[in-house]
Design a binder for this molecule. Structure first.
Ligand SMILES: Nc1ncnc2c1ncn2[C@@H]1O[C@H](COP(=O)(O)OP(=O)(O)O)[C@@H](O)[C@H]1O
Ligand SMILES: Nc1ccn([C@@H]2O[C@H](COP(=O)(O)OP(=O)(O)O)[C@@H](O)[C@H]2O)c(=O)n1
Length: 222
């Protein structure tokens, strides 16, 4: 059977990682969370106490870091950072780091390496447009900002963080704007992506819609 490639992009809190992981499990494919990679570099840069606005230094960190994605675990240079990369401090800095051209070049190369034999579901912001422009299935997940804030708020509380919906709203809005307006592979749907608004849809429903798209592709239909 053809080694399927699936690209899932969209703004923060749209449900990308949740559904991408489930789709990969259902189809027996590798799941690659590219956001975790940008977060891992941001975590390492913060740990190193360097000037985070110094692109050359951050790029050197990206080049040297050994990132291992072993869903749901994430390791950087052998250190388990699965929870640490989702901290508010990393979240506040990640879009600045992700806006650096050289950091993107280094991580995109690693991502393409992981996808070179196919059999992968990859989620992020530029997967369908830039990392895997030839992906078999491209989905752009969206949801209203109110819904995305509500989801993140519930998730933060579940994970034991204090959460303020107003602060989350500002954080998500700011991060989306930075992701949409950066000069290198900004967040936007690929011309051939299927747009999927998940507002009011359950996780199961969204997973099943994407699985249908994948099965149609594998069976040779449109
Ligand atoms: N369709 C959905 N309905 C309700 N909650 C969802 C849905 N999809 C995802 N979630 C929840 O919303 C939160 C954010 O989802 P996540 O997959 O992390 O989004 P993203 O990767 O796009 O930032 C998670 O807590 C997840 O369980
Ligand atoms: N392919 C990607 C994936 C993430 N990112 C950046 O990394 C950040 C964190 O990605 P994420 O997917 O973990 O974010 P959440 O939407 O899960 O909060 C995003 O806000 C982007 O700035 C990117 O630029 N390109």
């Amino acid at each position: 059977m053809k080694r399927l490639t699936v690209a899932i992009d969209g703004p923060a809190g749209a449900g990308k990682s949740t559904v991408a992981r489930r789709v990969a499990e259902e189809l027996g494919l590798l799941y690659v969370d590219t956001g975790a990679m940008y977060r891992a570099i941001t975590w390492k840069a913060l740990q190193s106490e360097i000037d985070l606005s110094d692109e050359q230094v951050v790029a050197a960190i990206a080049r040297e870091a050994e990132i291992v994605l072993d869903p749901p675990e994430v390791l950087v240079d052998g250190v388990r950072v699965t929870e640490a990369i989702r901290s508010p401090e990393v979240t506040d800095h990640v879009s600045m780091v992700a806006g650096m051209a050289e950091v993107r070049r280094v991580l995109v190369e690693k991502q393409r390496q992981m996808a070179k034999d196919g059999g992968v579901v990859m989620d992020g912001r530029d997967i369908g447009t830039h990392v895997m422009p030839d992906a078999d299935v491209k989905v752009f997940l969206t949801a209203s900002i109110e819904e995305r804030v509500r989801r993140r708020h519930l998730e933060m509380i579940r994970r034991g963080y204090a959460s303020d919906p107003d602060r989350l709203y500002q954080e998500i809005k700011r991060r989306d704007e930075m992701d949409e307006n950066r000069s290198h592979s900004p967040l936007k749907p690929a011309a051939d992506a299927v747009m999927l608004d998940t507002t009011g849809r359950s996780i199961d429903e969204v997973v099943s819609m994407i699985l249908d798209l994948c099965r149609t592709k594998v069976s040779g239909g449109e």
